[in-house]
Design a protein around this ligand. Structure first.
Ligand code: FES
Length: 116
């Protein structure tokens, strides 16, 4: 499904501007490409001072992770069944579920590069 997107970016990072404004325990939704045409939505959040990037699609039953304040200041949440995911590694917390997809991300000069 995302083959067109991967082809578009060819393994090069995608620049996300202004990530320095994402505070500790906060997150922001980022849309890359057109979500109605093979685009992608990720959630970028900050935990323990580091930026993390997760695919917005929940690995449980197709819900979508939400942006904004992180649960307990450290977990991304899918509101469909309230599963929590650790943004640092994508692991579900306290439930048996596949990991959420994570992406490599690196901050630089107030922006970030993410590898899809
Ligand atoms: S679909 Fe996300 S928690 Fe169930």
């Amino acid at each position: 499904m995302f083959s067109k997107l991967f082809g578009l970016f060819g393994g090069k990072p995608v620049r996300i501007p202004g990530t320095a404004k994402i505070g500790e325990g906060e997150s922001r939704r980022v849309t890359i490409g057109d979500p109605l045409a093979d685009g992608l939505e990720i959630i970028v959040g900050r935990v323990e001072g580091k930026l993390c990037a997760l695919d917005r699609r929940c690995p449980h039953e197709g819900g979508r992770l939400v942006d904004g304040p992180l649960a307990e200041g450290r977990y991304m949440v899918c509101p469909l069944h309230n599963y929590r995911f650790d943004p640092k590694n994508g692991r579900a917390v306290g439930v048996v579920c596949s990991d959420a997809k994570t992406y490599r991300i690196r901050e630089q000069d107030g922006d970030a590069d993410v590898w899809l």
